[in-house]
Write a protein that binds this ligand. Structure first.
Ligand SMILES: Nc1ncnc2c1ncn2[C@@H]1O[C@H](COP(=O)(O)OP(=O)(O)OP(=O)(O)O)[C@@H](O)[C@H]1O
Length: 267
């Protein structure tokens, strides 16, 4: 069972437009998440960040434009197909509440299972072998994300930060090439935020995958991202390194009154 993460591919967003009955939530947005990079998508409330994530993960169909992973066109594929092709996501809100950490991570492996439901149900040898392999990988991912001490703990009794990390680890269990993280530190305390930043950095380095991050915590964005795309009223108004975008006059205007992005919130 080889990890797919060895071959990262660029995720290209080209001219994506999304309209909802009279409102243009995304207007001809283009950017590329370079292989192996951490790319942040930032912007004020209502700028179109979640809409963009929903297009990338197949929950919304764009009115125009295309999304490609390497040579593969993802633009109108169903969410499970996009996930199977290597683009996994987490959600802002925690969806995991039942079972142990191991149970939840095994659910993440389910989409990769080749033996099939019937073989598993009948306990055929191939299915049992696959199951052991999945469990081994689940332990590795738990180790990588700092969840190893909690592997047999029910998710419901974990701290908020650990539960958010279970979501993250579960997405990693799909062996993604690109991981879409929707506000990974929202609601976390300072220690949990720092820990999560460390985990994202470690995972990117050891698995070589690309990360696209939507996050309001500018301190985290400035520390983690290689590249930033700034959305405002559905338009991409700036691209560049964190240092470049925080000095960009258009970005400062979009965040009017907050000063250079990142200076007031270096958590
Ligand atoms: N399903 C929908 N139907 C109608 N309008 C929508 C829908 N989803 C989003 N919008 C609108 O599209 C615009 C962009 O919203 P979106 O949630 O993508 O912004 P955001 O940058 O993620 O904001 P936030 O930081 O507050 O989460 C907003 O004006 C929003 O009201």
């Amino acid at each position: 069972m080889t990890a797919r993460t060895a071959t990262p591919l660029p995720l290209e967003v080209r001219g994506v437009t999304v309209r909802f009955a009279g409102l243009t939530a995304l207007d001809d947005v283009s950017f590329t998440v370079a292989p192996g990079s951490v790319h942040a998508l930032i912007g004020p409330n209502g700028a179109g960040k979640s809409t963009c994530f929903n297009v990338l993960s197949g929950l919304y169909r764009p009115t125009a434009g295309a999304v490609r992973l390497g040579e593969t066109d993802l633009t109108r594929l169903a969410p499970h197909k996009i996930a199977a092709l290597g683009v996994a996501r987490t959600f802002q809100n925690i969806v995991t509440t039942e079972g142990t950490v191991a149970d939840n991570l095994m659910l993440g492996r389910h989409a990769l299972s080749r033996a099939g439901y019937l073989a598993s149900a009948l306990h055929l040898p191939r299915a049992a072998r696959e199951q052991r392999e999945h469990l081994r990988r689940v332990h590795e991912i738990a180790e990588l994300t700092g969840l190893a001490p909690h592997i047999d703990t029910p998710v419901a009794v974990l701290s908020y930060g650990d539960r958010k990390r279970v979501e993250f680890a579960r997405a990693l269990c799909l062996e993604p090439r690109v991981l879409l993280l929707d506000e990974p530190v929202a609601g976390m305390n300072a220690a949990e935020r720092a820990r999560t930043a460390e985990v994202v950095r470690d995972v990117r380095e050891s698995l070589g995958l690309s990360v696209l991050l939507v996050e309001h915590d500018m301190g985290l964005v400035m520390r983690l991202a290689d590249e930033v795309t700034v959305l405002d009223f559905g338009r991409a108004i700036a691209h560049g390194t964190p240092e470049e975008v925080r000095r960009d006059p258009e970005v400062l205007r979009a965040y009017l009154g907050t000063g250079p992005a990142g200076e007031e919130d270096a958590a």
